[in-house]
Design a protein around this ligand. Structure first.
Ligand code: FES
Length: 157
């Protein structure tokens, strides 16, 4: 039994070797996307592990988008939008925050480690914050390792 555990750990270590996390970021057009743009135009360096999906507002982010991202191969998902009170659609980010609180509790049920899902507010003026956020999330996910391909949340090919 101990040998099996050791073999499993060795296999996991081997599969995590050289692991580069794939992070899907759902961001709102008006704040976080503009913050990411500012980081880019200011030539700030950050981890290249993120794929950004721009939406009009975080209030538009359906929890199914997050599950689909995991199913499609993401190791982590980031949701980010305008700071509370700054949403261009008045209250979209408040809806997102409420949805987030409920969805976060469902993660255990789906078998997804809550550490693979991140939420943040980044304004259009916070390019540095965006770059730091991506670096922090990348390092956190690197520590978790790849999202298991045998996880029921991920469709088997
Ligand atoms: Fe940015 Fe609503 S427009 S969160």
């Amino acid at each position: 039994m101990e040998q099996t555990k050791a073999n499993t750990k060795t296999t996991r270590d081997a599969s995590a070797e050289g692991f580069e996390p794939r992070i899907v970021a759902f961001v709102c057009n008006w704040c976080t996307y503009a913050g990411a743009d500012l980081a880019g135009t200011s030539r700030m360096q950050y981890a290249p592990n993120v794929r950004i999906i721009k939406l009009p507002c975080t209030g538009r982010i359906d929890p199914m988008f997050i599950l689909k991202a995991f199913e499609g191969g993401a190791d982590a998902v980031l949701v980010s939008g305008c700071h509370p009170g700054d949403c261009h659609y008045t209250s979209g980010n408040y809806h997102a925050r409420r949805r987030w609180a409920v969805f976060h509790k469902l993660l255990d049920f789906t078998g997804i480690d809550p550490g693979r899902l991140h939420f943040s507010w980044v304004s259009a003026a916070e390019g540095r914050k965006f770059a730091d956020l991506i670096n922090d999330v990348t390092e956190a996910v690197r520590g978790l390792g790849p999202f298991a391909s045998d996880n029921p949340a991920r469709r088997q090919a």
